[in-house]
Design a protein around this ligand. Sequence first.
Ligand code: HXC
Ligand code: NAP
Length: 291
Amino acid sequence: MTYKDAMFKDNELSGKVIIVTGGGSGLGKAMTKYFLQLGAKVVITSRSLERLENTAKELIEETKGELFCVACDVRHYDQVENVIAKTLEKYSKIDGLVNNAAGNFISPTERLSANAFDTILDIVLKGTKNFTLACGKHWIKEKQKTSTILNIVTTYASTGSAYVVPSAAAKAGVLAMTRSLAVEWAKYGIRLNAIAPGPFPTKGAWDRLLPGELKDEFDIKKKVPLKRVGEHQELANLAAYLMTDFSAYINGEVITIDGGEWLQGAGEFNMLEKIPSEMWDMLEMMIKSKK
Ligand code: HXC
Ligand code: NAP
């Protein structure tokens, strides 16, 4: 067994209906595939119906699962309400929501137009708010007792990051919303958690964050203590755990899955990794001689 393998083997999500925003590509697609393999009925949504339908065809063939596509721009509350209405029409209930859709690109902040900044805030923060509010209202009205929201953030939701400032601000807002509602909505049986992934190569992210030669110039693996990037299945494993009742006592938590990347950047003396092992005898002597 390795980190590339599926963690659960049986029907741990059988009977559950889960909405995954941005489920047609990248990490959303990986989570959708695994949820299907575990027996969930999954509703995927994003702006491009064509992309959703291509993904659905592929995943239904592969998993024999039940997958339903509804196009929606998460920035518009009426479109979000439509996804919920269509899901209820088809499956009569919703058990889980994964807020995964996002927009992002690198840029010096002073180069951004006001609209460019708003675009990222609107997709990430407002989009997550739209789905969270609409699902929450539904669950509270229906007195449904076990519902789960999983928000996909980033490690820089906590630390901040230069050159992706709208995304950092929006993801920090999503994290604050996760922790706040985890307390406020616990009485309704709604659990909220977040995953903060480090680098997991996807076309969507890499084209916008490491365009052209930047991919070669910044070997992202070198920033990670474990010297590798994430595998989609290991993120899907964690997401599936957080969507099942095995994690019923985890609420308001953000789980980082980044091979130690952000801590590598944060630790004051982590740069000492560069010191060759043969130099440590000499350094120890120098330090002891100062007594
Ligand atoms: C400066 C830019 C820009 C860029 C767009 N804009 N790209 N400004 N630099 N590279 C500006 C536009 O000029 C416009 O402003 C405004 O942003 C909106 O652009 P549109 O193209 O009209 O927006 P839209 O069609 O809604 O597309 C949204 C998008 C696009 C975010 C710009 O990239 C997209 O669809 N992204 C979805 C997928 C995605 O981003 N995936 C990556 C997620 S990775 P003006 O003023 O001209 O009107 C992630 C975290 C990864 O989130 C962490 C890794 C470790
Ligand atoms: P991705 O493939 O580009 O996924 C983004 C998805 O969001 C797309 O399916 C896109 O579909 C959808 N989307 C964008 N704008 C939308 C809108 N206005 N309304 C509805 N859907 C919209 O990138 P990814 O890497 O898989 O990212 C998935 C999540 O992981 C994001 O939350 C991202 O911030 C997070 N993350 C990724 C990494 C990484 O290394 N990959 C690291 C940390 C966090 P359409 O274009 O069809 O709308």
